[in-house]
Design a protein around this ligand. Structure first.
Ligand SMILES: [Mg+2]
Length: 267
C-alpha cells in the first residue's frame, strides 16, 4: 500500500486547493489506544499541529465514536469542529445537535443498557452510556473472545438492543440508532457545508470505512479532490487497506504528517 511520505507531491498538489479541509478520527489516529477510553490522550504534537492548521485551512474537524463534548475536552482547540457519536452529534456554538430521525432513540439506548447490565459480571466488561449511542468495551477481559461471544448473545436476547444497529470495533461493540448517519454522511455533510475543493481524511478503524468511501465518492466530482489515509498498526482491519489511498504507520507518523501539512500549507 502506498506510503504517504513517498507521495507527498500528490498530496501537496491537493493541498493547494482551496477551501481545503482536514478531517481526522481520534482514537488510534491522533491518540494511542489505551486500556480504557478514559486513559486515552491526544498526542501533544498532533494537538499542536492541528491547532496551527486551524488557522491555515478552511476546516479542521475531529470525528469520533465518543460524545462530541468528550472529544472537545480531549482536544481543547478553539476553531475546530467536533463531530461525535459516529456522526450522530455535532458540537457547534457550545451545544450538541442531533439529526431529527435519531432523537427518539435516547430512550431505546437507555433501556438496552439496563437490559445488558448482567454483562458487567464478566471480568473486564464495561458499558459506556454515550446518550444517543452506547459502547460495550471488552479490551480488559482476560478472555476477550469468549466475552465477545457472551456480549453478542446478550445483544440478541435484549429486546431494546435488537432495535438498534450493532457495530463491531476493536475490542468494543457499539449500539447505534438504525438511521443512515455515520462518519461517511458526516464527512459528505462537511464537504458540502464548507464547500471544500480538497480534503484529507485520517482514520484507522472499521467505522472510518464509510468516511473513506465518502471521500472517494466526493472526488468523482471534478470540484473536489480528496485522499483517504489509513493509519496502519497491529489492530488495523485487513480490509481497510483496500479502501485507502495512502497509509501512515501509527500515531508518530501522523505527528510527522501533520507537521509536514502545516509547513506546506504555509507556502
Ligand atoms: Mg479510531
Amino acid at each position: 500500500m502506498p506510503y504517504v511520505f513517498e507521495h507527498l507531491d500528490l498530496i501537496g498538489e491537493a493541498l493547494r486547493r482551496s477551501p481545503f479541509g482536514l478531517i481526522t478520527d481520534v482514537d488510534g489516529t491522533i491518540s494511542k489506544t489505551a486500556p480504557t477510553p478514559q486513559q486515552a490522550k491526544v498526542s501533544p504534537l498532533c494537538r499542536q499541529y492541528l491547532s496551527a492548521l486551524c488557522n491555515q485551512l478552511a476546516l479542521v474537524a475531529a470525528i469520533s465514536g465518543r460524545p462530541a463534548m468528550e472529544v472537545r475536552d480531549m482536544m481543547k482547540i478553539d476553531g475546530m469542529v467536533y463531530i461525535g457519536n459516529h456522526g450522530l452529534e455535532r458540537w457547534t456554538g457550545g451545544q450538541s445537535e442531533f439529526p431529527r430521525e435519531a432523537q427518539n432513540y435516547f430512550e431505546v439506548v437507555k433501556a438496552a443498557i439496563e437490559e445488558l447490565t448482567p454483562l458487567l459480571s464478566i471480568e473486564g466488561v464495561s458499558i459506556q452510556d454515550k446518550g444517543i449511542t452506547a459502547t460495550i468495551h471488552y479490551r480488559l477481559c482476560p478472555e476477550p473472545q469468549s466475552a465477545e461471544r457472551d456480549i453478542l448473545s446478550a445483544l440478541e436476547n435484549s429486546p431494546h438492543a435488537r432495535r438498534l444497529e450493532i457495530m463491531q470495533e476493536k475490542m468494543a461493540i457499539d449500539l447505534l440508532p438504525p438511521v443512515k448517519v455515520n462518519k461517511g454522511t458526516a464527512t459528505l455533510d462537511l464537504i458540502q457545508r464548507y464547500n471544500l475543493q480538497g480534503g484529507i481524511y485520517l482514520g484507522d478503524d472499521q467505522t472510518d470505512f464509510d468516511a473513506f468511501r465518502a471521500i472517494h465518492r466526493a472526488s468523482l466530482n471534478s470540484d473536489f479532490k480528496g485522499f483517504a489515509i489509513g493509519i496502519t498498526g497491529q489492530e488495523m482491519p485487513q480490509e481497510l487497506e483496500a479502501e485507502v489511498d495512502f497509509t501512515l504507520n501509527g500515531v508518530e507518523d501522523v505527528e510527522r504528517f501533520l507537521n509536514w501539512m502545516s509547513q506546506t500549507a504555509l507556502e
